[in-house]
Design a protein. Sequence first.
Length: 367
Amino acid sequence: MRGCITRVSLEAESNVQKISDFVFRIVGSGSGHEFLLKGITTLILASGSVLILIPFVYMISTSLKDPAQIRSDSTSLLPRKPKMAEVNGTLEPLYQVTVDEQIYEYALIKNVPGGLGQFVDPAQPDVIHELKINEQKQLYRLDIHWENYPEAISAMPFWRYLGNTLIVTFVGMAGMLFSCSLVAYGFSRFRARWLNLLFLLLLSTIMLPTQVRLIPVYILFQRLGWVDTLLPLIVPQFFANAYDVFLLRQFFMTIPLELDDAAKIDGANPLQILLYIILPQARPALVSVAIFHFLYAWNDFYEPLIFLHTRENWTLAVGLQTFDALYTVNTHLIMAVSVLMIIPPILLFFFSQRIFTQGVVFSGIKG
């Protein structure tokens, strides 16, 4: 799962490059043609971004509607309700109508057979106009329901789930950065007879499905008494993983060995070289690996579902799935919780995307 984001990014970048090369071959060369090429590429990227954002916009919009709006106006993206006007003590829907080539806001007071309707001016209800309803435009106003978010939070132990998720995410992130940095440093700086073979053996564990090792790992944690605690989700991160080790090793290998030699001359030991030479220069790679782990741990559903049995120990991913099952008809509440859950990863990636991009480029993922 950690590699999915990287593969998607690389595939998107590769596709954009292929599109650019294809368009360049069609339009030829020259400054004018180059400008056209950039314009077409920008248009394609903008269109793709809009398509990606549509589901997210729909999620936010639905979270701000009430059930009546979802049922009656499901085709509208905005949370809205019909504008009403009081006519003879009764609230009637307002329409924008055309009478004698003039535009008015009239209220529909009665439906007439044949697709007609009786419209009146709310200020002068005695004058009735019979017009075709489908030729008139019904008026709406924004009706945002911010109370959906407090209601959704109170409908589940949200803060408990959030606290568990933050503990699993950030404690596991610290353990992962510590262990993977040490292992990657060893593979990139030390020399041994079977070092490359060991590295290939480590990488081969990426192809080992989680389901294959699930039963022995579960039995191990059960005998340790860790089942139904957060430890099975945290402790394994302190023993490194092949994917993050590969990213950090590739970045460490781009750092000149002359810096190590200079530090050794000054009396630095290998641990001091790692702390004061390698890690400060590997900040982009460390940020990239931290983001990968954050997204993995924040969205992980499979392992918390297996190891956590008590409701108080659930993470947000498991809690959201249960909430979805209990409140299937309350789409607005489900969407509200989903929006709350997706905000932290978006903010994290938004504020660190520049460093993240540098880490991806220099860690050997980009060809």
